[in-house]
Design a protein around this ligand. Structure first.
Ligand SMILES: Nc1nc2c(c(=O)[nH]1)N[C@H]1C(S)=C(S)[C@@H](COP(=O)(O)OP(=O)(O)OC[C@H]3O[C@@H](n4cnc5c(=O)[nH]c(N)nc54)[C@H](O)[C@@H]3O)O[C@H]1N2
Ligand SMILES: Nc1nc2c(c(=O)[nH]1)N[C@H]1C(S)=C(S)[C@@H](COP(=O)(O)OP(=O)(O)OC[C@H]3O[C@@H](n4cnc5c(=O)[nH]c(N)nc54)[C@H](O)[C@@H]3O)O[C@H]1N2
Ligand code: SF4
Ligand SMILES: [Mo]
Length: 731
């Protein structure tokens, strides 16, 4: 065994695969298998395996940059931080605190997300903070809170999936977006369970399905209502469960009954026999699950759509019972934790509401400020970005690249350019950082320690494995220095463990209670599921247990805590009196006031933009396996670029024929927002009325030039998954 290997986690998606990092012979680090982490058992996708390449100096920022006479030039840290403090102060003096915006990311660790939210409210005094998670799983979060009183992506560990009877996977292409998780579906089938995939494309994931339903993009709500109609009509509801554990059934039932299968077939394109088959597969086994991802969620009716799928689980007694339930496959590395600790516009740490007076009092006390000094809720991500240059005059951005990833991106790019002042902290010169007045080069995953919370709600310790290069500093250092320059000397420690200990206190008693979780426990147990309250009477970090074990040596080479690592967490490992964490939620009661899950009465409605004569085709967007998000990181890795070199427009041969386009020919896709050009990729795996573009690239082939920022009224999620376009051949 390589004793210098550091057990840690991947920087990218919400699976947070475990990996070992060891010093490489020629410098840098090498990835090796870490079989003890149960989620991926050693398996990694190509992005995780090549992630160390982004640590090399060849591709990353090595020094702060400051714009002088229009040009970004290297500067010292002192100069760069002074410029940011000056820029933000000027805006605050001239236009008031709410003219300063802060934008975060679901890739930031819990410590960073917490510190960023606190920085916005306490140092800047602004209400205008939100983050890219709004573009990710916010509709599922909103629906989960409505139905269950709590939002945790999966209310059960992934290991439950192979043991259920049927999984309906709605709009997830996890064979490409979380490849090691495909194993859970394969094992499900090996155990005799069935898989239904709902996706307008026959993806690599859909190929694994026993039944693939390919609805028109944007019609999942009707589909779920049609299935519920059939469940009622065929007498397959679980009346006893409905009576004992839910409320609101009558209204939800009435709404579903208005959605006749034939009507649903007309809206979705999914045939009645297929609907009946789906109902049979879902209802026959004793246990079943519905899992959603971005397909049904990134719609202007995403919250209602997820609500309709949850209704299906509730009507059949498949929620809050062993091996059954609804779950959302959260996306970013810390997509779960990033939405719990206060970088969201309406939220305080511990998943508390900013409008709740008791929550304000609790958090203000931890922060040592007057509750009345805390601003109220601010704008959602798209609305915040759209207000740049008008109400928002300055922006501090950490962990997102909206020039590529925001809907109606050409407009957002113009709004970014119209700011009085833009500061970006990043590891590379992203397309957004390239527009900034000041760019700060920050440390990344393997160079710093922090916690993330994966899609199962499992809190993990992502450890530092190597010393960062000279010239870069951590995001926590940035916030510490900026706070000091803006007059707040205390409360922004640079040490992540100190930040986490404060986060624990701030989250205590909240929905996402981390107070019983310590770095020491995480090092020892390999992960702890929230909620995990501290034992009664314990307050400080040392009260919970002996905190004397230093899991954060200054020199990572000295870190011997690897030897303590895990065994899968289990109650046996928990120190005396400590809470074991909560792998499975809702088994006794839901987190609503009366303990019952709530049906939501929902009805089908059209997408914000439906095809017409001028724009007759539907565009949907998403991902490919070898690129991550805006591509800021993965487009710097040769192997990944070779596998996925650029954008494309996936289309059916029938549509291609009408255009006279051959495979590889450049085609233009035009929407009401703009025009993008990319090669055609012709395939029978997509519906003839739909084209698909991945969104990982800037420039001419940028998918988000086309997308529609129509927002869901509850979650404020933009409609990334459907808009009307025209496709033209480019000769
Ligand atoms: N390789 C890779 N992996 C990633 C990421 C990445 O960028 N690259 N990002 C991570 C993040 S942040 C996220 S959020 C996840 C996302 O993970 P996924 O949700 O799996 O990814 P997407 O490709 O956005 O969308 C999934 C599927 O939705 C389908 N779809 C499109 N429109 C509709 C519709 O109207 N209804 C339904 N039912 N399906 C539809 C698409 O065809 C696509 O196959 O992936 C994570 N993992
Ligand atoms: N058309 C279309 N658009 C979409 C989607 C879609 O399906 N279709 N999906 C949406 C979804 S689900 C998401 S999550 C968003 C994601 O889109 P983005 O928010 O743009 O996400 P990333 O590309 O991951 O951007 C993260 C940036 O932060 C940097 N970074 C990484 N780690 C750190 C860190 O620790 N600190 C700092 N300061 N910077 C760091 C990276 O280098 C990168 O530049 O895109 C959304 N946009
Ligand atoms: S599946 Fe996600 S967490 Fe696992 S290696 Fe790939 S990108 Fe990393
Ligand atoms: Mo996401």
């Amino acid at each position: 065994m390589n004793t210098s290997a550091t057990p840690t986690h991947c920087p990218y998606c919400a699976l947070q695969c475990g990996m070992n990092l060891s010093p490489a012979p020629g410098g840098g680090v090498e990835v090796s298998e870490r079989a003890d982490f149960p989620v991926n058992r050693g398996a990694l996708c190509s992005k995780g395996r090549t992630a160390p390449e982004v640590l090399s100096s060849r591709v990353r920022l090595a020094s702060p940059l400051v714009r002088n006479a229009g040009v970004l030039e290297p500067a010292t840290w002192g100069e760069a931080l002074d410029r940011i403090a000056e820029g933000l102060s000027r805006t605050r003096t001239e236009h008031g605190p709410d003219a300063c915006g802060v934008f975060g990311g679901g890739g930031l660790t819990n410590e960073k997300a917490y510190a960023l939210g606190k920085f916005a409210r306490v140092v800047m005094g602004t209400s205008q903070i939100d983050y890219n998670g709004r573009f990710c799983m916010s509709s599922a979060a909103a629906a989960g809170i409505k139905a269950f009183g709590l939002d945790r992506g999966l209310p059960f560990p992934l290991e439950d999936i192979p043991r259920t009877g049927c999984v309906i996977l709605v709009g997830s292409n996890l064979a490409e977006t979380m490849p090691p998780a495909l194993r859970y579906l394969t094992e499900l089938k090996e155990n005799g369970g069935t898989l239904i995939v709902v996706d307008p494309r026959r993806t690599r994931t859909a190929e694994q399905a026993d039944l693939h339903l390919a609805p028109r993009p944007g019609t999942d709500l009707a589909l779920a209502l049609g299935l519920l109609h059939l469940i009622v009509a065929e007498g397959r509801t679980d009346e006893e469960y409905i009576r004992a554990r839910t409320s609101g059934w009558e209204e939800a039932r009435a709404a579903a009954m208005a959605h006749w299968p034939e009507y649903v077939e007309r809206i979705t394109g999914v045939s009645v026999p297929q609907l009946r088959e789906a109902v049979r597969l879902f209802c026959e086994p004793e246990a079943a699950m519905v899992l959603t991802a971005r397909g049904p969620e990134q719609q202007s009716k995403g919250t209602d759509t997820v609500g309709a799928w949850i209704n299906l689980c509730l009507a059949t007694g498949r929620s809050g019972r062993p091996l059954s339930g609804y779950g959302c496959l959260t996306g970013q590395g810390n997509g779960q934790g990033g939405r719990e600790h206060g970088q969201k516009a309406d939220q305080l740490p511990g998943y508390r509401k900013l409008t709740d007076p008791a929550a304000r009092r609790h958090v203000a006390e931890v922060w040592g400020v007057d509750p009345d000094s805390l601003p109220g809720p601010g704008r959602s991500a798209y609305e915040l970005l759209d207000a740049m240059g008008t109400d928002i005059r300055s922006l501090l951005l950490m962990g997102s690249n909206p020039v590529v990833s925001a809907p109606r991106a050409a407009h957002i790019e113009r709004r970014l350019k119209s700011l009085d002042f833009l500061a970006v902290a990043d590891v590379v010169l992203s397309e957004t950082a390239a527009l900034a007045d000041v760019v700060l080069p920050v440390t990344q995953w393997a160079e710093e320690t922090g916690t993330t919370t994966n899609l199962e709600g499992r809190v993990l310790l992502r450890r530092q494995a190597i010393t960062p290069p000279d010239g870069v500093r951590s995001d926590l250092h940035v916030l510490h220095e900026l706070a000091a320059r803006l007059g707040v000397e205390k409360g922004f420690p640079v040490n992540p463990e100190e930040v986490f200990d404060e986060l624990r206190r701030a989250s205590a008693g909240g929905a996402a209670d981390y107070s019983g979780i310590t770095y020491r426990r995480l090092a020892k147990e390999g992960g702890v599921f929230w909620p995990c309250p501290a034992p009664a009477g314990a307050e400080g970090p040392g009260d919970c247990e002996d905190a004397s074990l230093d899991v954060l040596p200054d020199d990572p080479a000295e870190d011997t805590s690897a030897e303590l690592l895990p065994d899968t967490p289990g109650e046996d490992d928990v120190p005396g009196g400590a809470h074991p964490g909560t792998p499975r939620l809702f088994l006794d009661r839901f987190a609503t006031e009366d303990g019952r899950a709530c049906f939501v009465p929902v009805s089908h409605r059209a997408a914000a933009e439906e095809p017409d004569e001028e724009y007759p085709v539907l565009l949907t967007t998403g991902r490919v396996v070898a690129q991550y998000q805006s591509g800021a990181q993965t487009r710097r890795v040769d192997e990944l670029n070779a596998a996925a070199p650029g954008p494309f427009v996936e289309m059916h041969p029938r549509l291609a024929e009408r255009l006279g386009a051959a495979d590889g020919d450049a085609v233009a896709v035009v929407s009401r927002r703009g025009r993008a050009v990319a090669p055609a990729r012709i395939t029978t795996t997509i519906r003839p009325d739909t084209v698909f573009m991945p969104f990982h690239w800037p420039g001419e082939g940028r998918a988000n030039t086309l997308t529609n920022p129509a927002l869901d009224p509850t979650s404020r999620m933009p409609e990334f998954k459907t808009c009307a376009v025209r496709v033209e051949s480019v000769k």
